[in-house]
Design a protein around this ligand. Structure first.
Ligand code: GAR
Length: 218
C-alpha cells in the first residue's frame, strides 16, 4: 500500500470545513491522505479547538505578528516544508498567499470558495461578502467551488463544483449555511481524496478526474 499523503489545512476562523475534513478522514471518505497539521492565522480561531479535539498537531502563525505579506507567506512556507506536507488545503484561510509560496507548492494547494467561480470571486470576495453579492445580484443559483490555487485570486483550475438553490427569503447567513451544508462540506473532502489518490490530472485550465485504478481500489 502506498503511503498516505500528508495534508495541512490552513484556517482563520470557525473551521466548519476543517471539521468536514476531519469527519471525512474518520469515516473513510478520505483514505489516501491524513491531516498532519492545522495552521491558523489567529490564535483565537475555533478551528484550533476542533483540531486539538481530533488530536491533530496545530500551529499558529499570527498574521498580526507578520505585517509584511512576503515575510508572512515565507513563515508559512517554512512550516509546511518542515512538516513535509504534500497537500495544502485553504479552508476559510483569509490571506492571499504570495507567488513564492504558491510556486513552492505548485499544483499542491487547493481552496474552497463559496460561489460558482467565475461568479462572485476574486479580491474582496470572501466569507459572507460572497453571499451578500450573490443575493444583491439576484442570481437564483449559487454554490461552491474547489480549485487549485494559482497566482490569480480564485483563478486556478477548477476541480469540483456544486450548485445550491437560492431561496427568496434568504439572508447572507442562511445562504452561507446552505452552501456549506449542501456543497462545501461535500466537495472539499472529495477533492482532497481525489488529490491524495493521484486521481487529478491538470491539462491547462482543465482538471481531469481519473478513474480509480484496480491497484488503488484493492
Ligand atoms: C467558508 O464558507 C469558505 O468557503 C470561505 O470562508 C468560510 C470559512 O468557514 N472562504 C472564502 O470565502 C475564501 N475566499 P469555515 O471556517 O467554517 O470553514
Amino acid at each position: 500500500m502506498t503511503e498516505k499523503k500528508r495534508i495541512a489545512v490552513l484556517v482563520s476562523g470557525g473551521g466548519t470545513n476543517l471539521q468536514a475534513l476531519i469527519d471525512a478522514e474518520k469515516s473513510g471518505i478520505i483514505k489516501s491522505g491524513t491531516i498532519s497539521l492545522v495552521l491558523s492565522s489567529s490564535k483565537d480561531a475555533y478551528a484550533l479547538t476542533r483540531a486539538s479535539d481530533a488530536g491533530i498537531k496545530t500551529l499558529v502563525v499570527e498574521k498580526s505578528l507578520h505585517p509584511d505579506r512576503d515575510e508572512y507567506s515565507a513563515a508559512i512556507k517554512d512550516a509546511l516544508i518542515e512538516a513535509k506536507i504534500d497537500l495544502v488545503i485553504l479552508a476559510g484561510f483569509m490571506y492571499i498567499l504570495t507567488p513564492s509560496l504558491i510556486s513552492a507548492f505548485e499544483n499542491r494547494i487547493i481552496n474552497v470558495h463559496p460561489a460558482l467561480i467565475p461568479s462572485f470571486c476574486g479580491d474582496g470576495y470572501y466569507g459572507l461578502h460572497v453571499h451578500e453579492a450573490a443575493l444583491s445580484y439576484g442570481v437564483k443559483v449559487t454554490g461552491a467551488t474547489v480549485h487549485f490555487v494559482s497566482a490569480v485570486t480564485d483563478g486556478g483550475p477548477v476541480i469540483l463544483q456544486k450548485a445550491v438553490e437560492i431561496h427568496e427569503d434568504d439572508t447572507p447567513k442562511t445562504l452561507q449555511r446552505r452552501v456549506m451544508e449542501q456543497a462545501e462540506w461535500k466537495i472539499l473532502p472529495l477533492a482532497a481524496e481525489l488529490f491524495c489518490a493521484g486521481r487529478l490530472r491538470i491539462e491547462g485550465r482543465i482538471v481531469r478526474i481519473l478513474e480509480e485504478t484496480d491497484t488503488q481500489s484493492i
